[in-house]
Design a protein around this ligand. Structure first.
Ligand code: SF4
Length: 325
């Protein structure tokens, strides 16, 4: 491991000031960054440990909704009674991720900023446009069974590994951050990006921005939400595909629905086309399948990941069928 400077600022202003220095990185739970440093994928000169900053609370907001501090541990958020009652898909997504030990250590902010698990990104001996722009993408003709079928680019077919981000997508959550130009917030839909020509950029956060909180707005439909994950083994594995869903049915008709998919794209994939197809449609298996097919018409699978198309279709249909029966 390369030598680096470790700093532990006492407050937010100190953290932001330290980040202005070249090649600095924030450290919170460290469950992803430290692994990447060991692999040589990430090599910051300065580690800015923000784990002592006061972002560890979950607050109920006067206007409804929750404000979740960026340093709340994944396990604490999953077990929070207000989350379990009003946003169960968030709790289920967190419990579907990593191991108990990692969830105790990993933070909400770090979960959103974790990097792709594409094996070539993690192997410094291989070409990778995300790790080393302009070197190529070893995954496209290599091992890509777990990579993207939607929204990819010729430069990168990586997937976003966060389960939490998929659940937050159907909640219309916002991500609050402090930056060199003050405090700001971005919708979770605008936080993540498609790889395009710049796969080295995972998010639209300005450089040096520090996530301080995630706000979940009051959203009655979220109280019945579900997160379902398919993976190669029952625990401690990333998704082969996942679905976050919330649906409201009256008189056999879908009045409102929210759907997002995980492990299919560089970002949590909000299934807008499927939602449009379902609103006003009869709550039947045929409607669910047609809506999933509508969304999946944009899929561009590669040699070894075409299985994700029927996987997402069947998973979506089954989750909606269970929720509405
Ligand atoms: Fe790198 Fe993206 Fe290609 Fe993986 S898919 S090797 S992360 S450029």
């Amino acid at each position: 491991m390369r030598p680096f400077v470790y700093e532990r600022p006492e407050d937010e202003a100190g953290a932001l000031a330290t980040m202005v220095r070249p090649n600095a990185a924030f450290l919170a739970g460290g469950t992803n960054l430290v692994d990447l440093m060991k692999l040589g994928v990430s090599a910051p000169d300065i580690l800015v440990d923000v784990s002592g900053l006061p972002y560890r609370d979950v607050e109920e907001l006067p206007e409804g909704g929750l404000r979740v501090g960026a340093l709340v541990a994944n396990s604490d958020l999953a077990a929070h009674s207000a989350v379990q009652a009003a946003y169960p898909a968030v709790s289920q997504a967190l419990l579907a991720g990593a191991s108990g030990q990692l969830r105790n250590r990993a933070t909400v902010g770090g979960n959103l900023l974790q990097r792709t698990r594409c094996r070539y990104f993690q192997d410094v001996a291989k070409p990778c446009n995300k790790r080393a722009p302009g070197t190529g993408c070893a995954a496209r003709d290599g091992e890509h069974h777990d990579l993207a079928i939607l929204g990819a680019s010729p430069q990168c077919i990586a997937t976003n590994p966060s389960d939490l981000a998929v659940a937050l997508s159907i909640m219309d959550a916002s991500v609050h951050y402090a930056g060199p130009h003050g405090a700001a917030a971005v919708s979770v839909h605008d936080l993540f990006r498609r790889p395009g020509e710049r796969p080295d950029r995972d998010t639209n956060l300005p450089r040096g921005a520090l996530i301080t909180a995630v706000v979940l707005p009051e959203l009655p439909i979220a109280a019945t939400s579900v997160y379902r994950k398919v993976r190669d083994r029952a625990s401690f594995a990333f998704a082969a595909g996942s679905v976050a869903a919330a649906v409201e049915v009256r008189d056999g008709v879908v009045r409102d629905v929210r759907l997002a998919w995980g492990a299919v794209a560089h970002l949590p994939w909000r299934a807008w086309a499927a939602e449009r197809a379902l609103r006003g449609a009869p709550a039947t298996v045929d409607s669910f399948a047609r809506a999933a097919d509508e969304e999946l018409s944009a899929a561009r699978p590669l040699r070894d990941n075409a299985y994700k198309v029927p996987l997402l279709r069947n998973l979506t249909v089954e989750v909606l069928r269970e929720m509405t029966s």
